[in-house]
Design a protein. Structure first.
Ligand code: BG6
Length: 468
C-alpha cells in the first residue's frame, strides 16, 4: 500500500543548537546557498542561551558563512540576515517555549521545521517541551545522528519521540544520504541494465567498502571518545551505503519504497560476528584534548558483514572506516569472479586480476571499471586497464549534502532521511560489536590502520586501496 509520506512545505525554520558547531560548519553555509538559489523563503528562528544578543547571533551566522565561503555575496547575505530571529532562553524554562510559540504565531507559522542540532540526549526533552506548547501539531522535527547509542536506546528514543511526533514527521539525518555521490548508487544500479544481471552472488566474489579519513578527531575529542568509529560512522553512513549497494530495486520512485527495500536488506544482514571485527586506535589519539589517557575507544574498525539474501548469500562484504589513515576517500569496490579458465597467460606471469567496479563516493566521485586487455607484444597475455569517469568533470559540480537535506526538510520530502525500522536494524547489526568489542590495536597515522585487519579477508586477499 502506498502511504503519502510527503509533508506540506514549511513556513518557518527553528534551529535548536543554532550557536553550536554543526550550525556553524554546515547549517549556516547551507542556508546561504538556499538563499542564493531562492529556496529559502521562511523566517529562521534560532534558540540560544540567554546571554546571546540578536547582534551576536547575526554576527555568528555571518562569520560562519564567510568562513565557509570568503567570497560570499553581500546581496545574498543581507536578506538572509533579515530572516534571522533569536529566542533567548533556557530549554529548562517553560517561558522559552511560550516565547517560541508566540514568535511562530507572529510569523503566522503553522508548519515549522524544528531542527535539532543539539546533543541526542536532549532530543526527548525538546520534543516534550514542543508538545507542552502545542508545537508538535505545527510542524516536523529533524534529528541529527547519532540516533541512539545502541539497539535498545534507539528503540527507546523512537518510542519516546513517537509519543509526540508521528513517524512521518520525524526526519532523521544521515548526511551521507544527502550526498549526490551516494544517491548516485541508486541511479547507477537501477538505470544501467547491463549491471543488474551481474549484481549478485553468481558473479560477485566479494565487496569492500572503505571510508577513510586522513584527519584525526580535530578538536572533537570529548564527543568522539564517548562514541568511537562504530557508532560514529559504521552504524550509520557505512551501513546506509551497503544497503544501497545490496538492496533490491524499489517498487516505485516514492520514498516509502526505497525505505522498504533498505529495511528488507538490513533485515537479511546478520549481526556482526565479533570474531570478524578488528578495532584500531591511532597512536596519539589519547593525547587529543578531551580524550581519556587510557581510552579504549576505536578510531578505526574493519568488519565482515554477511547478507543472507537470495542475491548475496555466501558473498563476503568487508567494510572499514578510520581516522588518521593514508587518504581521505570513500569507495565501494565490487570484485567479480575470475573467468572459469585462464586462457591468456602465455608469458607465465602472475595470474590476471579480477574485474572490479570501483564506486568513488568521496570528494572526486565517479566510477572506475577495471577490465582485462591484451598486453602489447607477441604473447597472448592480459593485464588490467581502467575505464574511469570523474562525475564532476563529466556532469558538473554536486551540491553539498546539508544544502540538499535542509531544502528537503523545508519542502517536506522524506526521501533522503532514515526511517525508524532501517535505523533500528543497523543498530541490531552492530550490537555484538558494541557488546564484545575485543582489543583495540594501535596504528600509526598515515597508514591503512592496524595490520590485524588484513586477517579478516583470508584467501590471500587484501584490502584494496581507494583509487584516488
Ligand atoms: C560525521 C562524523 O558524521 O561524518 C565525523 O561524525 C566524520 O566523524 C564525518 O568525520 C565524515 O563526513 P564526510 O562528509 O566528511 O565524509
Amino acid at each position: 500500500m502506498l502511504v503519502d509520506t510527503h509533508q506540506p512545505t514549511a513556513d518557518a525554520l527553528v534551529l535548536f543548537g543554532s550557536t553550536g558547531d554543526l550550525a556553524k560548519r554546515k547549517l549556516f553555509p547551507a542556508l546561504y546557498h538556499l538563499e542564493r538559489t531562492d529556496q529559502l523563503n521562511v523566517p529562521v528562528i534560532g534558540v540560544a542561551r540567554s546571554d546571546w544578543s540578536d547582534e551576536a547571533f547575526c554576527q555568528h551566522a555571518h562569520d560562519a558563512i564567510i568562513a565557509a565561503d570568503p567570497h560570499a555575496d553581500a546581496a545574498v547575505l543581507e536578506p538572509l540576515m533579515k530572516r534571522l530571529d533569536l529566542i533567548q532562553g533556557d530549554y529548562a524554562d517553560q517561558s522559552t517555549w511560550e516565547t517560541l510559540r508566540d514568535t511562530l504565531d507572529r510569523h503566522s507559522s503553522s508548519n515549522a521545521v524544528f531542527y535539532m542540532a543539539i546533543p541526542p540526549s536532549m532530543f526527548p526533552e525538546v520534543a516534550r517541551r514542543l508538545a507542552s506548547v502545542g508545537l508538535n501539531e505545527r510542524g516536523r522535527i529533524v534529528v541529527e545522528k547519532p540516533f541512539g547509542r545502541d539497539y535498545e536506546s534507539a528503540v527507546q528514543l523512537n518510542t519516546t519521540l513517537h509519543t509526540v511526533f508521528p513517524e512521518e514527521r520525524i526526519f532523521r539525518i544521515d548526511h551521507y544520504l544527502g550526498k549526490e555521490s551516494v544517491e548516485d548508487l541508486l541511479v547507477f544500479r537501477f538505470s544501467n541494465t547491463m549491471l543488474e544481471p551481474i549484481w549478485n552472488r553468481r558473479y560477485v566474489r566479494s565487496v569492500q567498502v572503505t571510508m577513510s579519513e586522513s584527519i584525526g578527531v580535530e578538536g572533537r575529542g570529548s564527543f568522539y571518545d564517548g562514541v568511537g568509529a562504530i557508532r560514529d560512522v559504521l552504524q550509520n553512513h557505512l551501513l546506509q551505503v551497503v544497503a544501497l549497494l545490496a538492496m533490491e530495486p524499489p517498487a516505485g520512485p516514492e520514498p516509502q519504497f526505497l525505505s522498504d527495500e533498505k529495511a528488507k536488506v538490513m533485515t537479511a544482514m546478520s549481526a556482526i560476528d565479533p570474531s570478524r571485527l578488528v578495532r584500531g586506535q591511532y597512536v596519539g589519539y589519547r593525547d587529543e584534548p578531551g580524550v581519556a589517557a587510557d581510552s579504549q575507544v576505536e578510531t578505526y574498525v574493519a568488519a565482515q558483514v554477511t547478507i543472507e539474501s537470495w542475491r548475496w548469500a555466501g558473498v563476503p562484504w568487508f567494510v572499514r572506516v578510520g581516522k588518521g589513515l593514508t587518504t581521505a576517500a570513500t569507495e565501494a569496490v565490487i570484485e567479480f569472479h575470475s573467468p572459469p579458465r585462464m586462457l591468456f597467460d602465455e608469458a607465465g606471469g602472475p595470474p590476471p586480476g579480477r574485474n572490479l567496479v570501483r564506486l568513488r563516493l568521496g570528494k572526486r566521485d565517479g566510477v572506475t571499471f577495471t577490465l582485462q586487455a591484451k598486453t602489447p607484444g607477441p604473447h597472448l597475455d592480459s593485464q588490467d586497464v581502467d575505464v574511469s569517469v570523474d562525475f564532476a568533470a563529466a556532469l558538473g559540480e554536486r551540491s553539498e549534502a546539508y544544502e540538499r537535506l535542509l531544502s528537503d526538510a523545508l519542502r517536506g520530502s522524506p526521501r533522503r532521511f532514515a526511517r525508524q525500522d532501517v535505523v533500528e536494524q543497523t543498530w541490531r547489526v552492530v550490537q555484538p560489536a558494541l557488546d564484545t568489542p575485543g582489543p583495540v590495536h594501535p596504528y600509526f597515522r598515515g597508514t591503512w590502520g592496524p595490520a590485524e585487519a588484513e586477517r579478516l579477508l583470508g584467501n590471500g586477499d587484501h584490502w584494496l586501496a581507494p583509487s584516488i
